[in-house]
Structure formats: C-alpha cells, structure tokens
Design a protein around this ligand. Structure first.
Ligand code: NAD
Length: 433
C-alpha cells in the first residue's frame, strides 16, 4: 500500500489549538498521517505521536530598564520521552506560538530517533522580539523563564539548547539560573553552552556541518559533483553561514544568499567569509562587493543545483516551489517546506534531504556535550567532528536505503524509521499505570 491509497483521516484536534488555523503543528500531523500506512502493527500507537506528552505555558514578567513591568508568553513542550529525556532548543521570536513550539518539539522527537540519539523531543520559546530589548532585559527574561520551566527541565528530564535568536550566552544564563535553584552547578541541564562552561568544541558549527555532510552524501548518490556546484542559501545565521562555509571550502559555488535584510546573487560566487565580514560591519547582507541585489521572490528561481533553506519554517510553499530549479533541497531550517510544496518538489524530481535528518548535526553534538558534561571528560574538536561526520553519513546512507526499498521520498523514509523507533519503545514500555 502507498501513502496515497490511505483515506484522509479526520483530525482529532486538541481544544487548545484552533481547528481553523492549526498553525505549524498541522504540518507535523500531516507528516504523521502520511507515514502511518508504513508502520504496520505499531500504527496502533500512532496517536501517541499526535499529542505532546506535556505542555507548560508560563508567564514571564520582568522589570524593563525604564522601570515598567513587561509580561511575555513562555512555552516548554515535551513532545515525547519514550526513548529518553526530552531534548530541543529555545527560540526567542515575536511570532512564537504554542502550535509552533509543539511542531518544533515533535520534529525533535523524529530527529533524535532518526539519528538514533537516546532522547525524546522537546522545544521551548518565548514570544518576544529580542532586537527590542537590552542585554540586561534579555538576561532577566531568560532567568525568569528558566525558573518557571525549572519544574520540568533537568539533565535527566529535559535538556534545552539554543535555537533562533538564542545562543551560548542564553545557555550560560539558563545553566546558572537552574544551578542556583537546585543548589549545585548542573552543567548538563542545557547544551550549546560556552566552551568555558562545559560547552563542546564544534557545537557552534555542528548544524551547518551536518547540512554539508548529508547534502554532499545526497549529491554523491545523485551523481552530482561538489566541484563548482551552484548553491543558494536562505538564512545566513548559525546554520546557513556554517553550511555556506563548508560547501565553499569543498569547491562549491555560493551563487545566492538571502537573509532578513535582503537577497544577493553573484554569478562568480560569493565568499562566505567576505559576506560574514560585510554583514558584521554593515548589519546587512546586501551591498557586498561583487554581488548584486535581487528581489526577495527571485531568490527561489535562482539557477542552482542545491537549495538550502536555513531560516524559518513554511518558506517553500505552492507560491514558489514551482520556480525552484535546484535538483536537491537540503533543509537546514526546521519545517521550511509545507507538505503540498513537498509533493510538488517530488513530482518535479527534486530530491529533498528533510530537516529531521539534514539539521540533526546540532543535536548530535549537543548529545556529545551532554555526555562530556556527565563524565567531566572533554574531547578534542577533531574527535567531535569525526564522530559527527560518521553519525550523519551513516544515518544518511541507511535512510537512503529505506527510501530505495520502499520507493518513497527521503522524508517519508526518515519518518518510517524514526516513528518505528519511537513507537517500538512505546509498545515495549506499555502504558503506565
Ligand atoms: N542553530 C542550530 O543548531 C539549529 C539546529 C537545528 C535546526 N535549526 C534551525 O535552523 C533555522 C535557522 O536557525 P539558526 O540557528 O541559524 O538561526 P539564526 O537566528 O542564527 O539565523 C537565522 C537566519 O535566518 C534569516 N531570516 C530570518 N527571517 C528571514 C526571512 N523572513 N527571510 C529570509 N531570511 C530570514 C536571518 O536573517 C538569519 O540569517 C531555524 O529553523 C532553526 O530552528 C537550528
């Protein structure tokens, strides 16, 4: 049976989501529905995946610098913990919603199972635009949020990490706050910390490096050469910049970069180091010497071999999927392609390395960091990169085999393997009490 033979299920939407506007979690629900026909007897447990195990919504009040008090919405969602503690980042963004955090936590469940890390999935977020607040205000937000979610996080329960607009400093504040509350230094409560505080070498570049490893393995399978390959990247932050640097240093040509400030194109190729220096100096990607500015929507139609969305979710839609000329899309961002656009890409013969595999490098090195913190024994960057490359390429190759065996997309193959692992754990553990 194929996924398309299955009648569309009627969705049982929890009351805390709007059935007329489910938001990003709808993408995840659709992905689970697509994989259900491949789960055999484990499909009995599939509703486990459709409902997060635990959701905590918190009020985060702080004193602003001007003496007034502001309140922010904070979330921590533990989607599934069947295979181990919840694990996933914390996002600061003005558009954060419960549905988004639910989706991101669910994708962490899939991602951790796909690369076989001993974790479930979690995610957190605060609804605020960090550009509008001082460092002091952000520190107070982070500390209050950490205290509020302190009820459910911990090195053996749920381990947050950075995501959009959070980074090593945020993790240092979270680690310190949690440690003060429990009365001991608990480095293992978060990952993505500064190296001097029990962070891991190689973490900063890990996600972009994993995008490169899985992307280049896909290129090999597809008979594409890295040398001179034309790459277009949306997002030039932690993930996009590191992915650009890795592709560039292996001979590929970065022909277009888009970020929140604009889009640039260069037929001769963009040097990511020069682009980063320019961005740091001017605050914009546009105006880089040797590049021309193009329109926001023109980015999708750029003549390229590999397209890397590495910004936010819901970027590849029915409005632009048809324009895409790449043979390969490697999803650095979480949830960048809506399911209908995914189908369109597949019908055009475009291969997609899905987010839950392509961007798993970050959580893989987070796992290394957590292990190093527990043993208080730290590895060299070379050891970390070698282990990361091995895990990512072995995961890619075994999942590619599943894709070939079932004649499905790589995304469906990843979901088959990941959902099977999670539901096998669920079935073996049984229901408590
Ligand atoms: N950082 C990690 O380790 C990690 C791991 C796995 C997945 N991800 C995912 O990767 C994506 C990017 O994360 P990041 O850590 O690089 O974030 P970041 O904040 O460092 O960078 C985000 C980039 O996206 C750009 N951007 C934002 N809105 C945009 C828009 N509307 N159009 C075009 N560009 C836009 C920003 O300008 C910036 O260059 C997110 O989906 C995140 O969940 C990150």
């Amino acid at each position: 049976m194929t996924a398309t033979d299955t009648p569309a299920p009627t969705r049982d939407i929890p009351s805390y989501l709007d059935p007329n506007n489910i938001g990003p979690y709808e993408i995840f629900l659709e992905q689970v529905e697509r994989v259900t026909p491949y789960l055999g007897k484990l499909a009995f447990w599939v509703d486990t995946l459709k409902r997060p195990k635990r959701i905590l919504v918190v009020d985060v009040p702080i004193h602003l610098d001007d003496g007034t008090v502001a309140h922010f919405e904070g979330y921590r969602v533990q989607h599934n913990t069947s295979r181990g503690p919840a694990k996933g980042g914390v996002r600061y963004h003005q558009d954060v919603t419960l549905s988004e955090v639910m989706a991101l936590s669910a994708w962490m469940t899939i991602k951790n199972a796909a690369v076989n890390l001993p974790y479930g999935g979690g995610k957190g977020g605060i609804r605020l635009d960090p550009r509008k607040y001082s460092q002091g205000e952000l520190e107070r937000v982070t500390r209050r949020y950490t205290t509020e979610i302190g009820l459910i996080i911990g090195p053996e329960k749920d381990i947050p990490a950075p995501d959009v607009n959070t980074g090593p400093q945020t993790m240092a504040w979270m680690m310190d706050t949690y440690s003060m509350n429990v009365g001991r230094t608990a480095t293992g409560v978060v990952t993505g910390k500064p190296v001097s505080l029990g962070g891991s070498l190689g973490r900063a570049d890990a996600t972009g490096r994993g995008v490169f490893v899985t992307g280049s393995e896909a290129m090999k399978k597809m008979g594409m050469s890295l040398d001179g390959a034309r790459i277009a990247i949306q997002g030039f932050g932690n993930v996009g910049e590191a992915a650009a640097r890795n592709f560039h240093s292996h001979g590929a040509k970065i022909v277009a970069i888009q970020d929140v400030t604009g889009t640039i194109y260069s037929e001769a190729g963009i040097d990511p180091a020069a682009a980063l220096a320019h961005l740091r100096q001017t605050g914009k990607i546009t105006g880089l010497e040797g590049s021309e500015e193009i329109g926001k929507d023109d980015f999708w139609g750029v003549d390229c071999d590999v397209l890397i969305p590495a910004a936010l979710e819901k970027q590849i839609t029915l409005a632009n999927a048809d324009k895409i000329k790449a043979k390969l899309v490697v999803e650095g961002a979480n949830g960048p392609t809506i399911p209908a656009a995914d189908d369109l890409l597949a019908s055009k013969g475009i291969t997609v390395v899905p987010d839950v595999l392509a961007n798993a490098g970050g959580v893989t090195v987070s796992y290394f960091e957590w292990v190093q913190d527990f043993s208080s024994f730290f590895w060299t960057e070379d050891e970390i990169n070698k282990r990361l490359d091995r895990i990512m390429s072995e995961a890619f190759l075994s999942l590619w085999d599943v894709k070939e065996k079932h004649n499905v997309t790589l995304r469906t193959a990843v979901y088959i393997v990941a959902c099977t692992r999670v539901l096998e754990a669920r079935a073996l553990r049984g229901l408590y009490p």
